[in-house]
Structure formats: C-alpha cells, structure tokens
Design a protein around this ligand. Structure first.
Ligand code: CTP
Length: 408
C-alpha cells in the first residue's frame, strides 16, 4: 500500500553494465518521497554494489530467495508491498524468464507473485535486442499488460552503435510517474482496430453542404482508450466545423493513423483501404444516408422560386466493410429517437454485427444526456447472441473504457 507521501516502488535490477545508472533512479525516487526497495539478480550485483542501493533507498537490498535469515514467504510480502514494479535494466535473459513465467530467483519469483503494474526498461547489445526471440518476449510481455521504456540508440558499452542503451534516468523517472498516475493494463497491445467517426457531408454546390450534428466525440473516446491500452488505431474521420479529433495519450501518437474525409463515399474508400490491416471495426460515424445527386460545380445563385434537391442513397460504409471482411469483428452504433432497444436489436441482425451499441438521441427541440454533441452517453450494448448489457450514462471516456472491456 502506498504511504502518505508516495508510492511503494519495487525496483528489480538485472545484470547489465547499465545497472549502475539505476542508482540515480533510486536516489531520485527516494527524494520524491517514494518508498523504494531493490531486488538484485546475482549478475546485477557484479555491476552495482548493494551498499550503494541500500544507502540511497534507505532499505535493505534483496537478492536471495532462500537463506537462514529469509522467511519462506518474503517474496510474497515484497510482491504485495509494491504499488509498482520496475525492472531497470532488464537483460535479454530476464525478459525471457519473465515471458516464460520462470521463477528461479527472487526477482522472477516476485514478478510472478505480484499484481502490481510492471514497467520494464531493457538494456542489451543491439544485435541481441533485434533478435526475433527477444522481440517475441517483449511482445508477449506487452500483451500481458507490461509497459516498456524502450532502449535508446547510441554507442553501446561493447562499442557497437545501435539501439540497446538503457533509457535515460529522466525518461525512466517520467515513465514511473506516468505509470503511478495511470496504471492501466496494456491489455489491447498488439490489437489493431479501425474506427469510423464524425459526420459525413454532402455538397449542394461549391459553398453549401448538408450534414448532421455528430461531433465525433464517442469515436475519439474509443480511440484514446484503445491507444492508452496499447492498441493500434486506424481512424477515419468525417470532418466538419467543431469536429473533435482523438488526442493520443502521451507516447501513443505513433500508433494512431488518422485519415480525414468529407463524404460517405470518401469514408468508405479510406476505410476499405485500412480494413486488411485490422482485427476489428468500430463504426461510430454518423454517415449521411443520402447524397445530393449532382452538386453544382459553382455557387448556386439566389432565386425566388422554390428549388428541390434530388437526393439519392449514399454508400453504406459499415455494410461495405462487412462485405469485404475476412476475420474482423464489427461493432456498430445506433442512435435512435424512438424504440431504442428494438431498433438496436434489429440493426444488430440486419447488419450482421458482432456488437451493437444503441443509445437514445434527443428528439427535435429536446435535450438528452446521451447522443450527439454532449460529453456523456449511456445505452445498451448488444452481443451477437442478442444478450444485452445495460450501460449507465457516464462520460464518453469512461463509457469507452467499459465498451472496450467487452470487445475481443
Ligand atoms: N452506417 C454506415 N454507413 C451508412 C449508415 C450507417 O457505416 N450509410 C453505420 C453507422 O456508423 C452505425 C450503423 O451503421 O455504426 C448504424 O447507423 P444508423 O444511421 O443508425 O443506421 P441506418 O442503417 O442508416 O439506419 P436508420 O434508418 O436508422 O438511419
């Protein structure tokens, strides 16, 4: 449990030349008011003196699993004590042991026994870091929720130049601060999702168009949550005045690909291009069901007589994606003014979806805490077998978290 001024941070140090830098991390965390305990592997003790870490942390340094002065459950006590477990530096050998779930020394045993979030800062030779077997272990650990502080590039202790240096003390301290504030699991790591969002528009002439009230907030919340939890997001956004773009949480911008479109047809084309690269599709876009048949190329002039605009059906973006899908799952949205549940269920079936979220939108002249242009939403999430999960009205951010908890 955290003490009143800081958190309980357990630092695992494995045997890399960079181990000495962790002393600065321990020193800084102690200064910030955190309680720090260190676990050294046998090889780490070759690179950094336990006495240095003991002095800087103010706590005994542990390394043995057994011994006459060690209780048989010390590893469990340490595992429960930690609010956050950090491994810096993590060697290739330590990564392999953690990925496999081995427990043959104190560090690996405590990692297996703790429920604290895990933050790993690897350090090794660049050829080792690039090896598929090492990258495979990184991927395995990420997919189980571990966060990584990627090694930096530069001249390594062995003289080679490349990626593999332990991240800087400042980066490690910053990542620890982030993890303490937001210890979300990275349970969507390795997952790839396509999200359509926002309104579409249909031009009447060179200066006028028809659109709807969508602001893209629900799509942005779902994208931000997916990025925060480790997923890659391909985001196709219908843009109009006031539309919201997702704001990638710190360090996740590289996992967001944003394509901006205006019409339903452009949205379908862009989304179809992204479809082969994703595992699932979330369609939050409020797509115009009709388009102006022949928009005027120039600006229409004022006239006194009535005009009628010929509207023809536009493309069904979700339907088109469904037709071209291979193994992807689909979540559709249904914003309804009337018979929300019945309309939602019938869209789940008619559109052949795996999930459908149905919510109320305001009738003309009314207001609603759900639907377009508000920061809150709530409704019913239907699954393919028609089972229903009622989700109460809450912020779109926390609704996004809850919806993602039910997705593959
Ligand atoms: N959708 C889409 N392309 C369209 C219409 C809808 O991709 N041309 C998607 C929406 O993004 C949403 C779902 O289909 O996920 C349901 O949208 P909705 O407008 O409720 O469905 P419609 O089939 O247009 O039904 P309605 O008659 O209620 O407008």
């Amino acid at each position: 449990m955290a003490n009143s001024t800081g958190s309980n941070i357990l630092i695992g140090i494995s045997g890399s030349i960079a181990a000495y830098k962790t002393a600065d991390v321990v020193s800084e965390l102690s200064k910030q008011g955190h309680s720090v305990q260190c676990i050294l592997t046998d090889s780490a003790a070759e690179f950094v003196s336990p006495l240095v870490l003991e002095t800087l942390s103010g706590n005994p340094v542990r390394s043995a699993l057994f011994g006459s002065d060690i209780s048989g459950t010390e590893h469990i006590t340490l595992a429960r004590w930690a609010d956050l477990m950090v491994i810096a530096p993590a060697t290739a050998n330590t990564l392999a042991k953690l990925a496999l779930g081995l427990a043959d020394d104190l560090l690996s045993t405590v990692v297996l026994a703790t429920e604290a979030p895990l933050l790993i800062a690897p350090a090794m030779n660049t050829v080792m870091w690039d090896k598929p077997v090492v990258q495979g272990h990184v991927q395995t650990l990420r997919s189980r929720g571990a966060r990584f502080i990627d090694p930096a590039s530069g001249t390594l202790a062995c003289g080679e130049v490349g990626k593999g240096k332990l991240a800087s003390v400042a980066q490690i301290i910053e990542a620890i601060a982030d993890a303490l504030v937001d210890p979300l699991p990275q349970d969507l790591a390795g997952k790839r999702v396509l999200i359509t969002a926002g309104p579409t528009t249909t031009p009447i002439d060179a200066v006028r168009y028809i659109t709807n009230h969508s602001t893209g907030r629900m799509g942005a919340a779902l994208a931000e949550e997916a990025l925060r939890r480790g997923a890659e997001v391909r985001y196709v956004l219908g843009v109009d005045k006031g539309v919201q773009r997702p704001i990638p949480p710190k360090g996740t911008a590289g996992r967001l690909k944003l394509t901006e479109v205006r019409t339903a047809e452009e949205m379908a084309d862009a989304a179809l291009r992204d479809l082969p690269f994703v595992d699932g599709v979330i369609a939050t876009a409020a797509v115009m069901d009709y388009r102006i048949e022949t928009p005027a190329a120039g600006k229409l002039k004022r006239a006194t007589e009535a005009v009628s605009l010929a509207l023809v059906p536009s493309v069904d973006v979700l339907g088109t994606l469904r037709e071209h899908a291979t193994t992807q799952w689909f979540l559709g949205f249904a914003a309804e003014t009337d018979d929300v549940e019945a309309n939602g269920l019938s869209k789940l079936k008619s559109k052949n979806l795996d999930f459908l979220f149905a919510n109320q939108v305001a009738r003309q002249g009314e207001t609603q805490p759900t639907g377009f242009s508000v920061d809150t939403n709530g409704g019913t999430l239907f699954r393919k077998d028609q089972s229903a999960i009622a989700i109460e009205v809450q912020s779109k951010a926390s609704l996004a978290r809850e919806i993602w908890n039910h997705l593959p």
